[in-house]
Write a protein that binds this ligand. Structure first.
Ligand SMILES: Cc1cc2nc3c(=O)[nH]c(=O)nc-3n(C[C@H](O)[C@H](O)[C@H](O)COP(=O)(O)OP(=O)(O)OC[C@H]3O[C@@H](n4cnc5c(N)ncnc54)[C@H](O)[C@@H]3O)c2cc1C
Length: 421
């Protein structure tokens, strides 16, 4: 009997998990994946794309239906409306014409990979005065703003509001992270700062990089945080630590809950990452709506239900490479259950932060750290090769049909050793 595997979400975590399950379990499973969108948005490269004048809506959408079908994975374009864990069923509405009626499907194994809700609506004033880089829409809006002469000088504030993770993130000795995803904002300050300076539009001294935590990227360890801060100060930026929650955006700047503020004409922010409403209140989610699992990515008390990617409570900070690592753990767990020899290896999620960022002027930076999770790796490097690697990773991802060799550690570290001394 083939087991029915249902994967909810078809972005980085969902696609990787569905494919790894297929790779490990072959004909022993029938896999179906549901997503509202028949494409994946290559979010990490929104910034480099807009800085070379591209609309990311044109260049960063990767169709997923064909690549899934090649692997024998069925795709349903639909909105997931709810999960009935007791009955082992998922309710969904096909994304066809308005008026479509809801359907239901059962599963033997369920993988939740629905990402998170980026809660811009919780930042008053964002719609009127804010910019972001979290999606193609905001990326293109920012491109038009800076390229089209709408930004006419004045301060620039770049940072995120505080991440309100649920209790599930703190389990299993996972420390608290203050910003859900601060890495792309550091990247934005460096790359956009260089872009604006080179065009005589703004000086680095006009940029304030703010963090809700005690220091930039503090979860990556003292060494990485100090190095990032040193490079940011050297670049000429102002740094504001301990900003906490954003209270509201105003035409003149940003107000914070702790009473401080920043004057800025251009405000580039990332909001809180929150759990989806359809997951809130389920027995497998925490108070913020993130799915609580152990390190085998299985839900406690529901061993046939897994989570991967941003929707999982253990994914902190919210980085796609962590979801990719979890995808192999989930696939291994299902293979183990099916008694497939050698496939699963009883794998557990061993988190490590890996990030390759654009610094502008064809340079990039590379971070590799597991300090946050009790390890001893803490690497920060800069160099031309990291920028090439950032662009190259996207190329390989698209050309290989979402089969990157890895999220970059072996290659990046080799390059760091050989070429960036
Ligand atoms: C600007 C920026 C740059 C980043 N750069 C990097 C980077 O360089 N490296 C890195 O590792 N990480 C990076 N990240 C983080 C990375 O983008 C996320 O961690 C990653 O996208 C999470 O993948 P996911 O599959 O878990 O969720 P998502 O990418 O959020 O995907 C969730 C999927 O679920 C679908 N979905 C949601 N709700 C429903 C529903 N009800 N019904 C049906 N489908 C639904 C969505 O359509 C979507 O396809 C960056 C993030 C940002 C904002």
């Amino acid at each position: 009997m083939r087991k029915r595997v249902l994967v909810l979400g078809g972005s980085f975590a969902g696609v990787a998990t569905a494919r790894n399950i297929k790779k490990y379990c072959g004909d022993r499973v029938d896999i179906t994946l549901i997503d509202t969108r028949p494409y994946l948005v290559f979010i990490p490269n929104i910034l480099p794309e807009i800085l070379v004048g591209h609309d990311p809506e044109e260049t960063l959408l990767m169709p997923t239906v064909g690549i899934l079908e090649k692997d024998g994975i069925r795709f349903i374009q639909a909105r997931v409306d709810g999960i009935d864990l007791g009955e082992g069923r998922v309710r969904y509405t096909p994304s066809v014409r308005p008026g479509a009626s809801g359907e239901r499907t059962g599963y033997d194994y369920l993988v939740i990979a629905l990402g998170a809700r980026l809660a811009f609506e919780d930042i008053p004033g964002f719609n009127e005065y804010g910019h972001s880089i979290s999606d193609t829409h905001y990326g293109n809006k920012l491109r038009i703003y800076i390229e089209g002469g709408l930004y006419r000088g004045g301060g620039i504030a770049i940072g995120s509001t505080r991440f309100h993770s649920g209790a599930g993130s703190g389990q299993d000795n996972m420390p608290e992270v203050m910003s859900a995803c601060e890495y792309p904002l550091v990247e934005t300050a460096f790359a956009l700062g260089a872009w604006l300076e080179d065009r005589g539009i703004a000086r680095p001294a006009e940029i304030t990089l703010f963090t809700p935590g005690k220091g930039l990227l503090s979860e990556a360890g003292v060494h990485v945080s100090d190095e990032v801060t040193r490079h940011a100060v050297k670049a000429g930026f102002r740094i504001m630590n301990g900003a906490g929650d954003i209270k509201r955006l105003r035409s003149w700047g940003i107000e914070f809950e702790n009473g401080s503020d920043i004057e800025a004409a251009l405000k580039i922010v990332l909001p809180d990452w929150a759990g989806h409403d359809i997951l809130k209140g389920l027995s497998i989610t925490d108070d913020a709506g993130f799915v609580v699992t152990d390190r085998s990515m299985r839900c406690k008390g529901m061993p046939n239900v897994f989570a991967a990617g941003d929707c999982a409570a253990l994914t902190v900070p919210k980085l796609g490479e962590l979801g990719d690592a979890q995808s192999k753990v989930v696939a291994g767990g299902i293979a183990d259950d099916l008694g497939i020899a050698g496939a699963g290896h009883g794998a557990e999620f061993k988190p490590e932060i890996i990030f390759v960022g654009d610094m502008g002027r064809s340079r990039g930076f590379f971070i590799h750290s597991d300090i946050f999770y009790g390890g001893s790796t803490s690497v920060f490097k800069t160099g031309y090769s990291y920028y090439s690697m950032k662009l190259g990773f996207k190329e390989v991802f698209f050309r290989s049909g979402a089969r990157p060799p890895s999220w970059g550690v072996p290659l990046a570290e080799l390059v760091a050793e050989r070429f960036n001394r």
